[in-house]
Design a binder for this molecule. Structure first.
Ligand SMILES: Nc1ncnc2c1ncn2[C@@H]1O[C@H](COP(=O)(O)OP(=O)(O)OP(=O)(O)O)[C@@H](O)[C@H]1O
Ligand SMILES: [Mg+2]
Length: 423
């Protein structure tokens, strides 16, 4: 619920009142802040090419995608889908078509479906099928969809191009779908990626009215590299969602508390910044919300010690735990042995360090973990494995190099949590 106090947003997106706290769902486009420059930049990049948007979990990718969908620029029609659970290219096209129909029903009926029997036949019947019927009817329109996915995909995009308007397809959690495909059938993944690449290159983006923005929290290049397929996506422009700056966080805390008339000491935002480490916006929201709740309970001025209390509670609280658990499980899911055990060993060690560990120390730790696993590798292979693992851990947003050869957890919240549960 929004309060009625007007605040001024220094960050280029219009808001009229103190936004609500978002602690899980994507930020509603009307409340999105701090992303104005990024969004403008993204539209600029999309003028000339297709984009892959990567960022760690819970940092605001979907919020930005929803904003693009609701505030299209340059005449784009936007169609946005989440493909996390899809396991076949046929499902991909069906979901995309369904979302297209939901977002732009007249356009689909009058332009996209024009002369395309598969869809126009369904549209003739869809009135009688009722809400939600379109997707089912599309699925039923060809009993051999799974065999014919490529033909239908080709026709879909040809129709979309002929329809005239620029179209932006936003595909959220794309790497997850690729991992699902690989699990079902690696050959199918390769075929799909090859098809998708051809579609992105013929016609060349500058002559194409279609743009793709794919994104996800799993590192796409890393995922495909492990499968030997990274060459099939290297034409995509890599855009990373910039972390919120200290200034953003200060503004956020001041506005969210100040906007609710919560008095707080001047060092509160600084303390919050220090405890966050790499600012994962989700944790910033939870911490600020919990400060607000503390104030509501006690009605006394919020101090830096309250920030510490809130962070300590957050690490054991259920909302954060669900998110944090993902970081732990991911390693089990996606890192093959011996990397899995070594990653857990290294992160455990880093979590109990004051401010990170030196690379030599971590290499030494790796060798010890390998010995525990009874893995006998020559020295150069041990080092290679170590370098690869450090690269993965950095790419997957677990660690950062803080200064000359010292590595620490990127997120302060994750570090404290790891220390408590997994060290
Ligand atoms: N611009 C922002 N300002 C403040 N908080 C934000 C912002 N963007 C995201 N958040 C916070 O991050 C949370 C997650 O946002 P969102 O779902 O967009 O992230 P995501 O990167 O898509 O997450 P996931 O990796 O789980 O898909 C929101 O619930 C909110 O707490
Ligand atoms: Mg998301």
């Amino acid at each position: 619920m929004s309060t009625t106090i007007l605040i001024y947003n220094q960050n280029d997106m219009k808001i009229g009142s103190t936004p609500e706290f978002y602690t899980g769902a994507p930020v509603d486009p009307v409340d999105l802040r701090f992303r104005g420059a990024f969004v403008a930049n993204l539209w600029r990049t999309l003028r000339s090419g297709h984009v892959v948007l990567a960022a760690p979990r819970r940092t605001g990718k979907t919020s930005v995608m929803d904003y693009l969908r609701d505030h299209p620029e340059n005449g784009f029609r936007v169609v946005s889908i989440n493909v996390q659970d899809l396991t076949h290219p046929a499902d991909f096209f069906q979901v995309l078509l369904d979302a297209f129909h939901d977002a732009h029903p007249e356009f689909v009926r009058d332009r996209l479906a024009e002369g395309w029997g598969l869809v126009s036949g369904v549209l003739d019947r869809v009135e009688s099928i009722g809400a939600g019927g379109f997707k089912l009817a599309i699925r039923g329109s060809d009993p051999d969809w799974r065999t014919n996915w490529r033909r239908h995909g080709d026709t879909f995009l040809a129709q979309a191009r002929n329809a005239g308007d620029p179209i932006l397809f936003i595909i959220d959690e794309f790497p997850d779908m690729l991992i699902n495909l690989a699990r079902e059938d690696k050959g199918l993944l390769r075929e799909f990626l090859a098809w998708f690449r051809t579609q992105r290159q013929n016609p060349a983006p500058t002559r194409d009215s279609i743009r793709w923005l794919v994104g996800g929290s799993v590192n796409l290049a890393g995922t495909l590299d492990a499968l030997g397929l990274v060459d099939l996506i290297n034409d995509l422009e890599d855009v990373s969602l910039p972390p919120l700056t200290e200034e953003h966080i200060e503004t956020f805390v001041a506005d969210m508390l100040g906007g609710r008339s919560v008095p707080f000491d001047a060092d509160v935002p600084r303390r919050l910044i220090a405890r966050l480490g790499r600012p994962i916006p989700f944790f910033m929201q939870i911490a600020t919300r919990d400060l607000y709740r503390r104030w509501k309970r006690g009605q006394r001025r919020i101090a830096a010690t309250d920030v510490d209390a809130v962070f300590n509670e957050m690490i054991v609280g259920s909302a954060a735990r669900t998110q944090l658990q993902h970081y732990y499980s991911r390693i089990r899911q996606y890192y093959a042995e011996p990397k899995r055990s070594i990653a857990h060993a290294l992160l455990g060690q880093i979590s109990v360090s004051e401010s990170g560990l030196r690379r030599e120390t971590l290499l030494h730790e790796t060798e010890r973990a390998l010995a525990d696993l009874c893995a006998t590798l020559p020295a150069h292979q041990r080092r290679q494995l170590f370098n690869q693992l450090m690269f993965d851990l950095e790419n997957d947003f677990y660690i950062v190099e803080v200064e000359g050869g010292t590595c620490d957890f990127a997120s302060g919240v994750l570090k404290s949590w790891w220390r408590k549960y997994h060290a």
